[in-house]
Design a binder for this molecule. Structure first.
Ligand code: ZN
Length: 327
């Protein structure tokens, strides 16, 4: 066993999409007692196509055909990457009176290992374009709001299968996050509320959690959101430091912003902070969540594969560092 001094080298800091030949293995260098870990880079075309494929189903509104078909597709994708999947079904009662069967899609990588990190996103798309000026009663495409976070997590699962990680990871795609009403906090995030009260494993534990929401738009701006800072300040600061290290400080801005109600809010509050969870979410300067937010403009035109790649590379770096104790 070597000394516990670790140095991390992220290969090919330029040209992420040409990095398919990286070896994701840990190597010992006997000369200087260093352990070098190689971290696979996101393949931008792959992660982009995962957004496209979700959008192609149509809006993934609980109870719709598109929702059902997309759930099957997601389950099969995770299975094909060797993860153990759990389809956690529950009845979602929406604030506007409707109810539908909703599904939290859970993919566990190395479920036998006690050391785990939780990664999550919501996979449903909003039933109404209430921030739009037209067709407000129609559902939104949800390319960024829903699609982007899921796509990054799918790509991560794909790469982790190729370059195994000596740590457990649980990927949870929460359902029924985005069907709420601004007046009632509990009308949002029905999937994470359900999961926090009914974790898929008894006494589920993870060291921390990272939620991805709206992580794929051009010029996205991720700031240190206050709910995350209240519950998970050290994880937040370390993730932002990692992003800076990788040269992504143009996306990950060292600045705090007001707290938002998102799935991490319920994971943190309902589990009494036992899985400190942060939210990586786009907070543009001059609008709440981007001009396209909850409108029909949340489509492929606003998606930038560079943003998807940046977020994925930061979270991959966190995981591979965590696995060898250097995060
Ligand atoms: Zn939304």
């Amino acid at each position: 066993m070597h000394k516990s001094i670790f140095y991390l080298f992220l290969l090919s800091l330029v040209g992420f999409s040409t990095s398919c030949d990286n070896k994701g293995k840990k190597m010992d260098d006997p000369k200087d007692d260093r352990i070098i870990i190689e971290i696979p880079n996101m393949v931008e075309d792959s992660v982009y196509s995962f957004v496209e494929q979700q959008v192609a189903f149509g809006p993934r509104v609980p109870g719709s055909k598109a929702h059902k078909a997309c759930a099957e597709w997601l389950e099969n994708k995770f299975k094909s990457y060797g993860a153990k999947t759990t389809m956690q079904k529950f009845e979602a009662n929406f604030h506007f009176g409707a109810k539908a069967e909703a599904i939290n899609i859970i993919a566990s990588i190395k479920p036998e290992l006690p050391k785990r990190v939780l990664l999550c996103a919501h996979w449903d798309s909003r039933y109404t374009a209430d921030e739009d000026k037209q067709r407000t009663d129609e559902a939104i495409p949800g390319a960024d709001d829903g699609g982007s976070g899921v796509a990054v997590l799918l790509e991560m699962a794909r790469l982790i299968q190729q370059y195994p990680l000596e740590m457990g990871v649980d990927i949870i795609l929460f359902d029924a996050e985005d069907q709420g009403n601004n007046e009632v906090t509990e009308s949002w995030c029905l999937g994470s509320q359900y999961w926090a009260k009914n974790t898929h494993v008894n006494n589920y534990r993870a060291k921390y959690g990272i939620l991805l929401d709206m992580v794929g738009s051009k010029g996205a701006r991720f700031v240190k959101e206050n709910t995350s800072m209240a519950f998970a300040p050290s994880t937040m600061n370390k993730v932002w430091a990692e992003a800076k290290e990788l040269g992504y400080e143009n996306y990950f801005i060292d600045e705090e912003s007001e707290g938002v109600v998102d799935d991490h809010y319920f994971i943190n509050t309902l589990l009494n902070g036992s899985i400190p969870t942060i939210d990586i979410i786009n907070r543009p300067k001059n609008s709440r969540f981007g001009k396209y937010w909850h409108t029909h403009d949340d489509n492929m035109d606003i998606i930038d594969k560079k943003t998807l790649g940046a977020v994925g590379n930061v979270v991959m770096s966190v995981l591979y560092n965590e696995s060898v104790g250097t995060f």
